[in-house]
Ligand binder design. Structure first.
Ligand code: ATP
Length: 235
């Protein structure tokens, strides 16, 4: 397994947001975490990235224990996180935003190659490379945030609610890109409130309910699960 979360627990001022959560992410494919508002999905990603501390449990990445490491060490180890709400740097251009993703890298030549790869994957970013990020649409900013994460040359990509607030046609485009990234060899953990989308993209899924792992299984199987259908798919 590339990533192993073992009995991870997180609290904010004594309010427990994640209780004894265990997850495994293999070397390839898409794993999704679904759940209602406040179920602990974002906290799980933040725990993996080192943005919040565990009060119990462990996280191992590539055979190495990473919980307790500072976030920049976790980025350097190969985990890139695209946060909820994208958070691109509004007063920087598209290209400058992309280059910040590579700030820990020293392989100058390869950075240029990867920048061209990102532009090839997102032609719209190439057309707008000199444009300020603040002037981009929501979908373009989401693409920029994903492109910036790819510039870190990650071994694992964490995506928090990439579909949020986007028009259906843009969501479809983002979905296609997520599939391409995983098929290209970078495994993805996808957090989504849009369970239909998440289960259609993912290979494996975890369901969080008020900080607890309620269910897990192959995404195609969870899609047929009675509880999942009633609680998350509105069927
Ligand atoms: P959402 O989709 O709304 O982001 P989520 O499933 O990602 O929900 P989390 O954001 O992980 O859930 O939140 C889990 C719980 O922790 C919630 O009860 C939330 O109110 C609480 N929580 C999250 N962040 C903080 C914080 N910084 N301080 C205090 N409580 C927090």
């Amino acid at each position: 397994m590339l990533l192993e979360v073992k009995g991870a627990s997180v609290a904010y001022n004594k309010v427990v947001a994640m209780r004894q959560v265990s997850m495994q992410v293999p070397e390839g494919g898409i794993v999704t975490i679904i759940g209602a508002n406040g179920a602990g999905k974002t906290s799980t990603l933040r725990a993996i990235s080192g943005l919040v501390r565990l009060f119990a449990g462990e996280i191992h990445f590539g055979g190495r224990r990473i919980d307790g490491l500072p976030p920049e060490k976790i980025v350097a180890a190969g985990i890139a996180h695209v946060p909820e709400g994208r958070r691109v740097f509004p007063q920087m251009t598209v290209e400058e935003n992309l280059r910040t993703g590579a700030f820990l890298r020293r392989d100058r030549q390869e950075i240029e190659t990867d920048l061209e790869k990102v532009f090839a994957r997102f032609p719209r970013l190439k057309e707008r490379r000199r444009q300020l990020a603040s002037t981009m649409s929501g979908g373009e900013q989401q693409m920029l945030a994903i492109g910036r994460a790819l510039m870190a040359k990650p071994r694992l990509l964490l995506l928090d609610e990439p579909s949020m607030g986007l028009a259906p046609v843009i969501v479809e485009e983002i979905a296609r890109i997520i599939k391409e990234i995983a098929a290209g060899g970078v495994p993805v953990i996808l957090v989504e409130q849009n369970a239909e989308l998440a289960l259609s993209l993912a290979d494996y899924a975890y369901v969080l309910e008020t900080g607890n792992l309620a269910l897990e299984g192959r995404a195609s199987e969870l899609h047929e699960n009675e509880h999942v259908r009633r609680a998350y798919l509105g069927i």
